[in-house]
Design a protein around this ligand. Structure first.
Ligand SMILES: [Mg+2]
Ligand SMILES: [Zn+2]
Length: 201
């Protein structure tokens, strides 16, 4: 069994990418983009729109997240017990400093931010790790990156849906619960990550 964790809103107390975009991006673009997720827009298109409104250096957003964003209780213990893969639709630049803050070493697969457009008065640009379109959901999603074999997947949002469908066992909170119900996929609830730890035994 391999444990795979989403990052934002799963390992973190709230979604750090959302927090950063709401703080430093354009709230109107954010609202419009989020309403389009899974309907008019792919997740990558939504995040592309949101990042394009960012007007501060990445370092400033990182400093904000370091000050404002706690991790979810039990994260340290889950990492120590299961050596999970953290599979994120977010960005290494916004994830790794939080792991450093906590002194936790974990395996992370995520995308990159190109902030060079700031120099010409534009916003951040996503450098996607994998843009291949999934044949199941029709978007670039996490499914193709899942390790082989039995997967326990822990997530909270739209970016987790397709990969969760491919998992043996799913722990869900927040919007992912409704997406899974609509898809007829069984899931177990968690609040903090100690819940996951206990359930895994
Ligand atoms: Mg998430
Ligand atoms: Zn997919």
């Amino acid at each position: 069994m391999r444990l795979v964790l989403d990052w934002d809103g799963t390992c973190t107390a709230t979604d750090g990418l959302v927090l950063a975009v709401q703080r430093f991006g354009d709230p109107d673009v954010f609202e419009a983009a989020e309403r389009g997720i899974g309907r008019r827009l792919t997740l990558h298109e939504v995040i592309d729109m949101e990042l394009a409104t960012m007007r501060v250096p990445v370092a400033e957003a990182v400093a904000f997240l370091l000050a404002e964003l706690p991790l979810r209780p039990g994260f340290r213990e889950v990492v120590a017990a299961h050596r999970p893969l953290i599979l994120s639709s977010g960005f290494r630049e916004l994830i790794e400093p939080l792991l450093v803050r906590e002194g936790i070493d974990a395996e992370v697969l995520a995308n990159r931010i190109d902030e060079s457009p700031l120099a010409r008065g534009e916003g951040w640009r996503a450098v996607w790790r994998d843009s291949a379109v999934c044949t199941v959901c029709g978007e670039a999603c996490k499914r193709a990156t899942l390790p082989a074999g039995e997967i326990v997947f822990v997530g909270d949002g739209y970016s987790d849906l397709c990969a969760a469908k491919a998992a043996t066992r799913v722990f869900a909170r927040d919007r992912l619960c409704g997406y899974l119900d609509a898809a007829g996929v069984a899931w177990e609830p968690y609040d903090d990550l100690f819940d996951v730890l206990r359930a895994l035994g």
